[in-house]
Design a protein. Structure first.
Length: 537
């Protein structure tokens, strides 16, 4: 008998059941309950949410199930497969089609029996209900936060800078928050851009005008179509009224509070902690602290034109179902991203494809003359290069493991957190004792000295709290890097086993998990592959 064991854990933590423990418990269950010799096939996805099934080892397991490589699928708990009822049901249906039984050892469910099959579906419904309840609580908290109109961090949109302000809450405690403050010169450009779009009627023509007139971003780079679109779509610039609120609602965006025809709006909850964009139904729009610079009528006019153009647009050339390097490859000559362009048909009916510099393709004045890359040849070269780097005991895996060890030794932010918390606690205890002394000696000469000491300790604590906040951010970033490096190591180890799959989506995922960027030298017809956190290859 061949039994597949699937294990998943969302985060690399010491809490909960580890990947290793899940596998051992599944093996133990099979040994006790099945007769004869059992051959195990192990699939592990660590660092992946159960919210969807876009996981490399899960996808590999599905391919093997279709190929009839195992008789039973065993997991520690139902939600290891998926927390989404639709995905879970589809997986069970696929297993049933291929005569594969499903067993969850925690809930004691076995789909080889009718009752077990029914109970599995019921439990999956409750798992999704729990997930949706948690999501609803998070959304409610975000709604309340959005109503304050504060800036939650990140790169401010062009025309603004982030400014820290202080205020007193309902209990008269001093608090701080950030808001967007105008940068007048940049806002003049934003107004000009809106007018230019209304005049020319398309992002393509606006970008062409910017390139031809050498108009750059605040970082002295050429404007991409994506950046232009994000400025034109951003409600931060509009003096929002009820019509703007209605437009956002028509796009399935939640709106909090009301509009006053004066202030701009911010979109909250747009991305998750990993920077991946959420579904629009989870976005929250609310009036902010700064004033809008584009009238509601003009802003809406631009939105309707953008919507109309999008509905007429053909699929973007860069979003290919064949090319593997879109989003990673750039022109070495000018630094612009490279897009897909198609050539003549081959004998099998498919089209030849090439990677072409976006600046070269978009500008009528030949500002870049880099030669195109043959798409199929470059894709094959990158895959072969990564196969060598990720082979057993390959250079890339060694470098990643060395980086992981170095990162593990550097625990300075975590140590600082402990030190600052202890200092804050010590000072708070001292302040509490001094307050008691002050209440007993209000009219004595010592009262003035006690007050000064309290003020001194309170000032120290404010500094310690700021440093504590910085250390916590650094520690969180360190943990995130640790997560990324573990994910990369796991992907690198699995690369050679999975990269030859016919699944284009999985191929793209495997390459993008390891490759930060690829620079194409059109003159030399050479590619430079840059691996995340590693040396250039």
């Amino acid at each position: 008998m061949k039994a597949a064991i699937y294990s998943r854990k969302s985060k690399f933590t010491s809490k909960g059941e580890s990947i290793g423990n899940q596998i051992e418990m599944c093996k133990e269950y099979c040994t006790k309950n099945f007769d004869g010799k059992i051959e195990f096939i192990i699939y592990e996805d660590e660092g992946f949410s159960g919210g969807n099934i876009d996981r490399p080892q899960f996808q590999k397991m599905i391919l093997d199930a279709k190929g009839g490589k195992f008789d039973s699928l065993v997991c520690y708990r139902l939600d290891r497969i998926s927390r989404n009822v639709a995905d879970f049901s589809a997986t069970l249906e696929l297993l049933e089609q291929h005569n594969i039984s499903f067993i969850s050892i925690k809930e004691q469910f076995d789909t080889s029996t009718p009752m077990g099959k029914a109970m599995v579906y019921i439990a999956s419904v409750f798992a999704q209900l729990e997930r949706e309840t948690i999501a609803e609580r998070v959304r409610d908290n975000m709604l309340e936060l959005a109503k304050t109109g504060r800036w939650l961090g990140g790169q401010p949109p062009i025309g603004f800078k982030s400014e820290k302000i202080f205020y007193f809450d309902a209990e008269m405690k001093e608090r701080s928050m950030h808001k967007l403050s105008p940068v007048s010169q940049e806002l003049k450009f934003v107004k000009w851009l809106y007018n230019k779009y209304i005049e020319l009627g398309s992002i393509y023509q606006v970008r062409k005008y910017l390139l031809q007139n050498n108009i750059k971003t605040r970082n002295n780079k050429d404007f991409s179509s994506r950046v232009i679109a994000s400025i034109l779509r951003n409600p931060a610039y509009v003096a929002a009224d009820n019509k703007v609120m209605e437009y956002l609602q028509s796009k399935n965006i939640i709106t909090a509070g009301s509009a006053d025809n004066i202030h701009g709006m911010l979109i909250y909850n747009k991305k998750n902690k990993k920077g991946i964009q959420r579904d629009r139904t989870e976005w929250i729009a609310a009036m902010t602290k700064h004033k809008g610079i584009i009238s509601a009528d003009s802003w809406l006019k631009v939105q309707y034109r953008l919507d109309k153009n999008n509905s007429k647009a053909i699929p973007a050339l860069g979003k290919s179902n064949t090319a593997l390097l879109t989003g990673m490859i750039r022109c070495k000559s000018c630094g612009s991203p490279m897009r897909i362009t198609y050539g003549s048909k081959k004998k099998d009916g498919s089209k030849r494809y090439y990677y072409e510099c976006d600046l070269k393709a978009s500008s009528s004045r030949a500002r870049c003359t880099s030669k195109n890359a043959n798409g199929a040849k470059l894709d094959a070269y990158v895959i072969n290069r990564l196969k060598i780097l990720t082979a057993d005991k390959g250079l890339l895996i060694k470098q990643l493991e060395e980086f992981k060890c170095h990162s593990a030794k550097n625990n300075e932010p975590k140590n600082n957190i402990k030190v600052f918390r202890e200092k804050i606690s010590t000072n708070e205890n001292a302040i509490e004792n001094l307050v008691k002394q002050l209440s007993q000696n209000q009219n004595s000469v010592a009262a003035n000295y006690i007050l000064k000491e309290i003020e001194k300790l309170d000032a120290e604590n404010k500094k310690f709290k700021d440093k504590l906040a910085e250390s916590e951010v650094m520690a969180a970033e360190s943990n995130e890097k640790s997560f990324d490096i573990n994910l990369m190591i796991d992907t690198a180890r699995q690369f050679n086993k999975l990269i030859d799959t016919p699944d284009i989506k999985l191929k793209k995922y495997l390459i993008s998990a390891l490759v930060e960027s690829i620079y194409w030298d059109g003159d030399k017809q050479e590619a430079q592959i840059n691996i995340f956190g590693s040396k250039k290859n």
